[in-house]
Design a protein around this ligand. Structure first.
Ligand SMILES: [Zn+2]
Length: 164
């Protein structure tokens, strides 16, 4: 979904509310990502705020099984309509945030991309399928059934280190 800034400018309060519902294959090919967003033009900046809800497919770091996680969070982002570099000249240091959100006079904002990037930022660093996940099931089976085999000591060690 893309929105035109010039279209929002025609609206009396320069604010548009959108209900987004799209499949984003990378996250989940079956369940759409939903978002309700408000896009507001404030002279040289555009503010996008609202809520995003997604059910995403992930792989567990411990047992490598696939699992789904529900994400629901609020967003608030500012886009600069024109390049900040123009206004600040050479004195301006490009900051990662500003750089990615400069529209450079473009009339379009890609809402799908905005939602995509927001979700990426909200995926936790450590992905565990369940609070009780103990990692690879086969490794656990060895540890439980045979403590005496020295060849399996290495697995015990791996597990203990993981838990710490
Ligand atoms: Zn797991």
């Amino acid at each position: 979904m893309k929105i035109k800034i010039s279209e929002i400018e025609k609206i009396e309060n320069k604010t548009k509310t959108i209900n987004f519902s799209e499949i984003i294959e990378e996250f989940n090919p079956k369940v759409p990502v939903n978002a309700s967003l408000e896009i507001k033009i404030l002279t040289d900046i555009i503010k996008i705020s609202g809520e995003i809800e997604a059910e995403i497919n992930l792989t567990c770091d411990k047992c490598l099984k696939e699992f789904t996680k529900n994400l629901k969070f609020t967003v608030e982002e500012i886009y600069n309509r024109y390049s900040l570099q123009d206004s600040y000249n050479q004195e301006f240091e490009i900051k990662a945030d500003n750089f990615s959100q400069d529209l450079n006079g473009e009339d379009e904002i890609d809402i799908t991309d905005f939602v995509y990037q927001s979700i990426i930022l909200h995926i936790p660093n450590k992905l565990v399928c369940d609070i009780n996940c103990n990692g690879d099931e086969n490794i656990n089976k060895y540890i439980k059934t045979d403590y005496s085999d020295p060849r399996l000591e290495i697995f015990k060690k791996i597990k203990i280190e993981k838990d710490n």
